[in-house]
Design a protein around this ligand. Structure first.
Ligand code: KIV
Length: 288
């Protein structure tokens, strides 16, 4: 399958084809997503909640995302790899953003970066990063890195005014050169209005059916977590149950002495076994 590029992603919107994006944080899942024809792999800072045991994305560092992005890149997926810029790794100054986004490509093997927010400061940063030749995906609506400012994981853009404000943010990001925008946790009508107002693809999560594409956190849609059940999440598998069943069966077989059996063990030749236990004498070399 041909490698996906930001150009091809933009073409999908133009041709009216839906865009499929999922998160991945390691090589085996990245290669599975690629084999399934997933358009974009996001190495999200959601790695903090999904794999690293944090309660939010705030503690996730640039090194964390680079480490996981490099693993994804080693799988050489056809999907476009997007490295998520974590909390405060791009907002301090334009210089900081340029240096860190460059590291995401150079060390993380990403082909684009995702940047949260659309304040004037962030839009200027997006413009500078794009100007440096690094493709940027924007992220508006609920932006988890601003969770303390937003006061929790609440639906954004619930009114006409708030929707128009989000439309302005999306337009500013498009004008700054972003190649697509994630819209998180907004009413369907809000996402529709934004999607119709800009020429670049919108990728929804908790944003209803009218976006140009969809993203979910892989481990959420595979059902790794029992207690995480937001309204927008559809679980396509129950991987937690599958893992538990396998671990329970393994534990039982180990405890009963049924595993490992001869099928899964290596054997010594009869002669060597005999030598080991002193039943046969080792053959001697005759002196000449
Ligand atoms: O980090 C992440 O996985 C994300 C998606 C939820 C869009 O930002």
């Amino acid at each position: 399958m041909a490698r996906k590029t930001t150009y091809k992603i933009k073409q999908l919107k133009e041709s009216g084809k839906k865009i499929v994006m999922l998160t991945a944080y390691d090589a085996p899942t990245a290669s599975i997503l690629s084999e399934c024809g997933v358009d974009m792999i996001l190495v999200g800072d959601s790695v903090g909640n999904a794999l690293l045991g944090y309660e939010s994305t705030i503690p996730v560092t640039l090194d964390d995302v680079i480490h996981h992005s490099a693993a994804v890149a080693r799988a050489k997926p056809d999907s476009l790899i997007i490295g998520d810029m974590p909390f405060m790794s791009y907002k301090v100054s334009i210089e900081q953003a340029l240096e860190n986004c460059a590291l995401m490509l150079q060390e993380g093997g990403a082909e684009a970066v995702k940047i949260e927010g659309a304040s004037k400061r962030v839009v200027d940063i997006v413009r500078a990063v794009v100007d440096s030749g690094i493709p940027v995906m924007g992220h508006i609506g609920l932006t988890p890195q601003s969770i303390f400012q937003l006061g929790g994981y609440r639906v954004q853009g619930r009114t006409a005014e708030l929707t128009e404000a989000l439309v302005e943010q999306a337009k500013a990001l498009e004008e700054a050169g972003a190649f697509s925008i994630v819209i998180e946790l907004v009413p369907s009508e809000t996402a529709k209005r934004i999607t119709e107002s800009i020429g670049i693809p919108t990728i929804g999560i908790g944003a209803g059916p009218h976006c140009d594409g969809q993203v979910l956190v892989l481990w959420d849609m595979l059902g790794l977590f029992e207690d995480f059940k937001p309204k927008f999440l559809k679980k396509y598998a129950n991987i937690r149950t599958v893992i538990k069943e396998a671990v329970n069966e393994y534990s039982e077989e180990v405890r009963k002495g049924e595993f490992p059996d001869s099928e899964h063990s290596f054997e010594m030749s009869e002669e060597e076994t005999g030598r080991l236990y002193g039943r046969t004498k080792p053959s001697r070399q005759r002196a000449s």
